[in-house]
Design a protein around this ligand. Structure first.
Ligand code: DC
Length: 253
């Protein structure tokens, strides 16, 4: 490493430089549905020159496989072996990366309402979660400069991540955000019903025995209720730059 290709700590913290390529860095973003985790994680990864992993897409793909192959949700062995056989992986040449099962793109299928309706229950299956955790660690070994988002990334999958965030927001705000997205896509919406669905998803996500949704002890907790998207990304970026700046400084000592 030469002085010309190593940014100084100050350069890195004050500018828009990507994270230096010699630094492996895992940034986790956990939190409930409707806090904007996916969009925030993708934009943060872009700003820092890191890869972006959407682990919710993996659970959604498992739910889509269950529905499309007409697998009984009680037949856990059959479901887990179908998901293992599908070899879920991402095409990293697209932004965001596209999830594939049996080498077929699943990005459209996993956002459809029947998948959204089934995924919370599918994500409670312990054997499936263990498989996903293993896959996510393999992905991180292949992409060691990563912003990863989900429900258990900082608490369980990457306990040694360099920076951990937990995004939260008032359930009413989360329901209104979801309603806006659905209206933009031309759907009719009932905000109160959406709020109830969000609370039910929170309940399922936070009470399951494997990888429940919790705020990791060492995570930076951010309430996004009153913040717009750009402010959230800028706030996270600042925390990461401060932390990586300190890592660069200790690296050079
Ligand atoms: O973030 P999302 O809506 O795409 O997530 C889909 C579902 O998967 C949601 O019910 C929570 C679950 N999930 C999970 O249990 N663990 C993760 N790491 C990511 C998502």
């Amino acid at each position: 490493m030469t002085a010309t290709d190593t940014p100084t700590t100050l350069q890195f913290t004050r500018t828009r430089l990507p994270v230096p390529t010699h630094l492996p860095v895992i940034i986790t973003i956990d939190g409930p549905a409707g806090t904007g985790k996916s969009t925030v994680a993708r934009l943060l990864a872009q700003r820092l020159g890191l890869d972006f992993l959407d682990t919710g897409a993996m659970y959604r793909a498992a739910a889509a496989i269950m529905l499309d192959r007409k697998i009984d949700p009680e037949e856990i062995g059959e479901l887990v072996s179908a998901v293992m056989g599908a070899d879920l992986h991402f095409d990293w040449t697209t932004d965001p990366p596209t999830i594939l099962a049996w080498d077929d793109p699943m990005d459209h299928r996993i956002r459809q309402p029947d998948v959204t309706g089934a995924v919370s229950q599918v994500a409670t299956i312990g054997e499936l979660r263990q498989h996903m955790v293993r896959k996510q660690r393999v992905i991180a070994a292949q992409h060691p400069r990563l912003v990863t988002e989900g429900r258990d990334q900082g608490s369980l999958v990457f306990p040694d991540a360099e920076v951990k965030f937990y995004l939260d927001a008032d359930p009413g705000v989360r329901a209104r955000r979801r309603a806006e997205q659905l209206r933009e896509a031309g759907n009719e919406v009932d905000v109160e019903k959406l709020r109830e669905q969000i609370l039910e998803r929170d309940r399922i996500d936070s009470t399951r025995s494997d990888g429940p949704l919790i705020c990791p002890r060492d995570a930076i907790r951010i309430d996004t209720s009153e913040l717009d998207l750009d402010s959230v990304v800028t706030l996270l970026e600042k925390h990461v730059r401060d932390r990586i700046g300190a890592l660069i400084a200790s690296d050079g000592e």
